[in-house]
Design a protein around this ligand. Structure first.
Ligand code: ZN
Length: 509
């Protein structure tokens, strides 16, 4: 009786772990028939181990569970590699086959040593045959690794070539040195997110629940990633955020090999898209600048769609909130070349409007760093004085203009405390904007007409002028009431993708 209870006690957690693993595999789009076969194999192996009696005669009792166990083990290894490393290609399959042959050979060899006469010879022959096959398959596997790696390098080299050609291509804008502060929005690729993560903070995408939903909800949209170049007559060339890097978008396997396994297990395969033209270095060249001239990058936070471009700016000083750095970067690869050039603001310049602490970075009021934790533990916004007003770089505090209506549109934050601080930051931003009609917000992911129409044209030459600033504010007031509510026609809705496509889009109604 106790023995049976003990076995059931073992069985329950085994099935729970197995079921969770199958759910993860399903989320990673492993086909259902394959999952059913694999699940039966796992169940057979576990039941066979605990109750060998179910497999009939004593002779088969031990063998059947052992075979099932080996197959289930190999299947688990293969699926794990496939979903964590996205390796379903030749080297892994060959390596798995080689391991199977070698295990078989070892078993046959051991059996042969215990047996006698004709059976011994048969077993030894089998051991040699399967051992040989294993070695051949292993050698083929090693050779194919080299081939696959060569292909990967070729793709990267082609990308580098395209990028260099794009940097050199004619048509670059002439730089104008007339003493004006200039700001250029730089569209550095797109990121694929679930609609709910982006807009669903008030529809159940909160805290842990929101995080779990990102794993199963496939309602996805592509949103732009913006960095901003500042050409400052006194302070040189500066950047706010740095966008996505080439490897992130084009060498997913290589890139995420630098990453922790858990996050690879749970994130989507293609988070980013970047055309050669959207590479930060190419965009800068188009505007008449050289990436090597950038002296300082103000990083609103460490998330990867903001830090990726640091790979192309090894000379730059990177200014970011210490709390974000100490909390840890998700993808350290982006920081590899700049981790000795970090600078942490002390936020000791006193209060700034609704913000109790701030950092007047250059000491002349031209650029102020404002702590806005919430989206990440050390998120900050950047306020820059122009000749015609000010711009407020929002980072991810609020993704888009409609997000300023914090009671109607909200992005996901992780954990209740973060949501509270996020809202606190948003309220401070609202009162900063309300107090100064010559301040305009610039977003990192705005996918509305504000960015694609208004901001793009106001900053086409870097200097919006007083009229440009007024126009942006007028548009803002046509979207939002003074009480920060959306006017009709500006509430986001998800439009599902047409059949065959995998990305939906956002409509404002
Ligand atoms: Zn972020």
């Amino acid at each position: 009786m106790l023995k049976v209870l003990g076995k059931i006690g073992l069985l329950a957690p085994a099935f729970a772990v197995g079921a969770a693993w199958l759910v993860v595999l399903r989320m990673k789009d492993v086909p259902v028939p394959l999952l059913v076969a694999y699940g039966l194999l796992l169940a057979g192996a576990v039941v066979g181990l605990l109750w060998p009696g179910v497999f009939g005669r004593p002779a088969t009792r031990r063998r059947v569970p052992a075979y099932l166990g080996v197959l289930a083990g190999l299947g688990t290894l293969g699926l794990y590699l496939a979903v964590v490393y996205y390796v379903t290609d030749l080297p892994v399959l060959l390596a798995l086959a080689a391991v199977a042959c070698l295990v078989w050979a070892a078993a046959a060899f051991l059996r042969g040593r215990r047996a006698a006469g004709g059976r011994e010879a048969r077993s030894t022959r089998r051991a040699f045959l399967s051992g040989g096959a294993g070695l051949v398959l292993g050698a083929l596997g090693v050779l194919s690794v080299d081939r696959v790696e060569r292909q990967r390098r070729e793709v990267l080299a082609r990308g580098e070539q395209e990028r260099r050609a794009a940097v050199r291509a004619p048509g670059a804008r002439r730089r104008i040195d007339d003493g004006a502060v200039r700001v250029f929005p730089i569209h550095t690729g797109d990121t694929i997110v679930t609609y709910g993560q982006f807009y669903g903070g008030l529809d159940g995408w909160e805290g842990l629940n929101g995080y779990l939903r990102t794993l199963v909800d496939k309602a996805q949209i592509a949103v732009p990633v913006f960095a901003y170049l500042i050409d400052h007559p006194r302070h040189g060339l500066l950047l706010v955020d740095s966008g996505v890097n080439w490897e992130q978008a084009h060498d997913h396997d290589g890139y995420y090999n630098h990453n922790q396994m858990v996050s690879r297990l749970l994130t989507q395969r293609d988070e980013y898209r970047l055309t050669p033209d959207q590479d930060l270095r190419v965009r800068l060249a188009r505007l008449g600048y050289d990436a090597r001239e950038i002296t300082t990058v103000f990083l609103t936070h460490v998330h990867d769609d903001h830090a990726g471009g640091l790979r192309g700016l090894p000379q730059a000083t990177v200014v970011l909130d210490r709390r974000d750095w100490e909390h840890g970067t998700v993808y350290p690869y982006s920081f590899d070349l700049v981790k000795d050039n970090l600078s942490f603001p002390a936020f000791d310049s006193g209060a700034f409007g609704p913000f109790p602490a701030a950092q007047d970075h250059f000491g002349d009021g031209s650029l102020v760093l404002l702590p806005t934790p919430g989206h990440s533990p050390g998120h900050m916004c950047v306020l820059l004085r122009l000749d015609s007003g000010s711009v407020l770089f929002m980072g991810d505090t609020l993704y888009t203009l409609p997000h300023l209506a914090t009671d109607q549109v909200r992005q996901m934050t992780i954990g209740g405390v973060d949501t509270t601080r996020q809202l606190e930051a948003a309220r401070r931003i609202q009162s900063l904007l309300a107090a100064d009609p010559a301040t305009v917000p610039l977003f990192a992911h705005d996918n509305t007409r504000y960015q694609s129409g208004l901001v793009a044209s106001a900053f086409a030459h870097g200097t919006p002028g007083e009229e440009g600033v007024r126009e942006l504010r007028r548009y803002m007031e046509s979207v939002l009431t003074p009480g920060w509510r959306l006017r009709p026609g500006h509430t986001p809705h998800f439009v599902p993708p047409p059949s065959g496509a995998d990305l939906g889009r956002v409509e404002f109604r």
